[in-house]
Every structure is written in C-alpha cells, then in structure tokens.
Design a protein around this ligand. Structure first.
Ligand code: FAD
Length: 468
C-alpha cells in the first residue's frame, strides 16, 4: 500500500468527509474522522446536517463515483438493500425546463434514491467497515501549526472530556457550507480566501408521505419542475426508500413556499405544473412540512490565495456550495474526493498534492458552479457578490437554450443532455454529433404547439447519439 503519511484527519463525517476518508485510507496508516454530532447507528436526521430533512437527489454520476470509491458497486447495492428505488432517469424522470418537458428515453442512466438521512447512513456504514478509519466525536475549534506557522499539524477540538488536540500529516476540512476554516487559518496568520456569492433567494418546503401507486402519471417515477425565470413556483416529487415519497415546493426570487398545510397546498396549486399538487392531494403525510432558505451559491477562492499552509485542504461544500435545486452538491463533493484519490495515486509527494488540490477542487466543481449560477442569473432578483458576471458568449447561451428545446422533442438530445448534467461534464453538449442533432431536430420541429402543463405520455425510444 503506498503510504503518503501516518495520520490524516477529516473534519466532518458527512457526504464529503466520508468518501474523502475512504480515499485517504488507501494512503495513510490511520484516518480519523472528527464529527461534532454523535453519529447515530441508524438512519436518522442529525443537527449537524440541517439540510437533511429536504429532498436530496443523487445524480447518476454521483452514484458511479460512490461505487468507484467504495468498490464492487457496494454503494448501489447497499442503497438498494435499504429499499432505495433504482431506475433509468432518462426513461422514468419527468423533467420540466423553461423550454418544456424533456423527452423521456431509455438511456441507461440508472439512479438510486433515498432520503438524505438514509443515504448518509449507507455511506457511513460502508466507511465504518474500513479498518484504518476511526471516528471521534468533537467540535473542531481551530488548527494547530508547526513553529514556522507554515504547516498545519493537527486540530483543536472540544468534546465531552473538554478540550483536546489531535496531530496529523494532513487535515481535510469537510465541515460543509458553514465551515469556519477561513477563520482558523486567519488565526494562524493567513489571509482567508475571498468568496464569490450568487443569491437567487430560493426556499424549499418539504414533506414526506405515501401516495397510491396510480397517483404517478403513467410510468413516471419521479418529477422535477424547478422554477425558471418568469415562473418562480416549482417543485419536485421524488421516490424514496420503501415506497416513501418526498414532495417539495421550491420558490425562487423570494417567492418562498410556506410551511403550513394551507399555504403549501396553495403554492403547489399555483406552481408551473399541477402534477405536484395532484400528487400532494393524494398523499398521506408522515412528517411535518419543513422549510429552508439555505440556497446561496458560494465559492471560496482557496485556489487564488498566494499563501496557503501545507498540511491542510478544504473539500466539498467547504469549497463550493450550490443552489440545491439543481441537485449537484453531493456529486460535486464525491467528485472532489475521487480527484484527491487520483492525485495521491499519481504523486508520492504529499506537499505537491496539497499545493495543487484547491485548483483541482475548483475544476471538479466548475460545471456545477456554472450550471447553477448561470441558471440563477436568469432571475432578475438574483444578487451577486465578488463575481465578474462575464458576458458569456451569446452564441453559447443561445445554443444551450436550443439544445434544451431540442431535448423536449428528441430523446437522443435528451439523453446527451441528462448524461452531461449527471456526470458534471458540459463538454458532452458541444460534441459535433450532438450539435448536429440539435440543428436537425429544431429544423424539423416547427412552432411549438404542445401543451406543457403536464408531462406527456411515454412514446418511444429515440435514436441515441453516440458520444465520444
Ligand atoms: C436544502 C438543501 C437541499 C439539497 N439537496 C441536494 C440534492 O438534491 N442533491 C445534492 O447532490 N445535493 C443537495 N444539497 C447539497 C448537499 O447537502 C451538500 O452538497 C452536501 O451535504 C455536502 O456535504 P459536506 O460533507 O461538504 O457538508 P455537510 O453535509 O453540510 O456536512 C458537514 C459536516 O461537518 C460537520 N461539522 C461542521 N462543523 C464542524 C466542526 N466545527 N467540528 C466537527 N464537525 C463539524 C457537520 O456536523 C456535518 O456532519 C442540498 C443542500 C441543501 C441546503
């Protein structure tokens, strides 16, 4: 086993911290996960992840990455074993975009869904099985540095037995959106990273329950109708483990969905499509309606700092957090974890990996960041801080809209579109064969006289586009 150091510490035992620990366990003798919450031994909400009552869809690419990190499709199997529905996203997902409902087509983009608390429990259990990964409960309060002050050597934390410290060759901050690591580094004499923020003032209201099987329209198994400019009220209906269904109202530009039953019902009734409302009327809820307004896109520009300490890297939401309505945060986090593993595999020099990783993490987050912020910038109420909102090439903007419109007519384009989104690989959309199909489809489509109120019935699979 290639060893890059004796001890690594991962701060935060959530969706970024757990796979990061798994990756590091291949290169360090021991990996310690320091988590402030007592970790439950079953699937349940915990306070350190306040977003966990809300719907969390894992992209196809995220599923593959978890499988790659844990090996032997262990993640997918464990998710299915706890009752997570497993289905072809292209075939069974109804997805409403500003241009209409995306054409459904079989495309082997198998996804597995579950409540956020169950998914995290599955990943935690897989991580707990790794012999050199250990968990300790503690609220991290700062970082330790060597006498030069240029190298992080461990952490300070507060636990049941009072204050304690732990030393390591590498400290990874996976403390999420609220991570205080910029402050901790400031205390060591470093300039904290600048932050770019895009706020589109989105709110969620989420409830879980059961619906009769025939409440789903046709063979649709999941519905996504996020808000778009000109239509601030959207929502989702997503299957969860063992027949549970999550219904969520999503409102953009401060059109926040209410948490009382009457207001929630009215919000869904007046949303982009009545399908969420139809399902909600047939739903037997088993939870309260939970609301949140946590939705800003925030990029910490660690990669641009002239001076950073050795021995320390941030990962996951601690680097880049996105408007959750686009469902990319967990996939971006696990992609960053995989990238870290790739760098450690290529390079014996831990300092070189640490030096290069902030740029790697930004690269891994790039597609998700652009997709979320470009979409949010389409809403007039969106506010921007410390980000040059570049005049994006108008041809690209117009092509992306054409591509989404073509995807409402043609399953081949739809499949390429979903694959690009699901693997955070925007390059797929610009392959010549995709661009050519978009042109042909739109030339044949003519004016759009379809009724986009409800998702259309399944018709037939389209000619796939061979992607390289
Ligand atoms: C409302 C909402 C809905 C979302 N929906 C989706 C979705 O559909 N799909 C998707 O992919 N993503 C979604 N996300 C994003 C997703 O939740 C995050 O991207 C993902 O959880 C990032 O994981 P993380 O480990 O970086 O941070 P978190 O999951 O936030 O975990 C941080 C961890 O660090 C611990 N911690 C924090 N501070 C300390 C400390 N000082 N000491 C010790 N431990 C500490 C916390 O207890 C927690 O366990 C959503 C987010 C929100 C807000």
């Amino acid at each position: 086993m290639p060893v890059r150091g004796d001890h690594a510490i991962v701060l935060g035992g959530s969706v970024a911290g757990l796979p990061t620990a798994r990756v590091l366990s291949r290169y360090f003798d021991t990996v310690m996960i320091v988590e402030r919450d007592p970790l439950p031994d079953r699937a349940e909400h915990r306070p350190g992840v306040p977003q966990s009552p809300h719907l969390h869809g894992l992209l196809y690419g995220g599923r593959l990455l978890f499988d790659e990190i844990y090996g032997d499709e262990a993640f997918t199997e464990a998710m299915r074993a706890v009752g997570g529905p497993y289905f072809d996203f292209g075939r069974h997902q109804a997805f409403r975009f500003p241009e209409g409902w995306i054409k459904r087509t079989s495309c082997d983009l198998m996804v597995v869904f579950a409540t956020r608390w169950t998914m995290e429990h599955v990943v935690r259990r897989l991580t707990q099985q790794v012999p050199n990964i250990h968990f300790v409960q503690g609220h991290v309060t700062g970082l330790l540095a060597d006498t030069t002050g240029a190298r992080v050597t461990g952490v300070k934390a507060r636990g049941e037995e009072g204050e304690w410290t732990l030393e390591a060759d590498l400290v990874v901050d996976a403390c999420g959106r609220g991570s205080r690591s910029p402050k901790w580094l400031e205390k060591l004499g470093f300039t904290p990273p600048e932050e770019s923020v895009v706020r589109s003032f989105l709110g969620y209201a989420t409830v879980y329950g059961y619906v009769p099987d025939d409440a789903w329209p046709g063979d649709i198994k999941s519905i996504a109708a996020p808000p778009f400019p000109g239509a601030t009220r959207g929502g989702f209906v997503v299957p969860q483990e063992n027949g549970l269904v999550g219904i969520m109202a999503a409102g953009q530009s401060r059109d926040y969905p209410p948490g009382d039953e009457e207001g929630f019902t009215e919000f869904l009734r007046t949303a982009i499509t009545p399908v969420m409302y139809d399902m909600w009327r047939q739903c037997e809820p088993v939870t309260e309606i939970e609301t949140t307004k946590t939705s800003q896109n925030r990029l910490r520009r660690w990669h641009e700092l002239d001076r950073r300490p050795q021995g320390f890297i941030p990962i996951g939401d601690a680097v880049a957090a996105f408007n959750p309505v686009y469902g990319q945060g967990m996939t971006s986090a696990v992609l960053q974890a995989k990238t870290l593993g790739d760098r450690l595999a290529e390079n014996d020099d831990l300092d070189a990996v640490v030096t290069g990783f902030p740029e790697d993490a930004v690269q891994a987050s790039q597609f998700a960041w652009s997709a979320a912020t470009d979409a949010d910038l389409g809403f007039p109420a969106t506010e921007v801080e410390n980000l040059a909102v570049s005049d994006k090439d108008p041809e690209t903007i117009s092509y992306l809209s054409d591509m989404r419109r073509a995807a409402t007519f043609d399953g081949g384009v739809a499949s390429a579109f979903f694959r690009a989104q699901a693997t955070l690989n925007g390059g797929l959309l610009f392959q010549p064969q995709v661009m050519e199909r978009v042109r042909t489809v739109l030339a044949e489509a003519g004016p759009d006289e379809r009724d986009h109120e409800r998702p259309p019935e399944w018709s037939e699979d389209a000619e796939p586009i061979a992607l390289s």
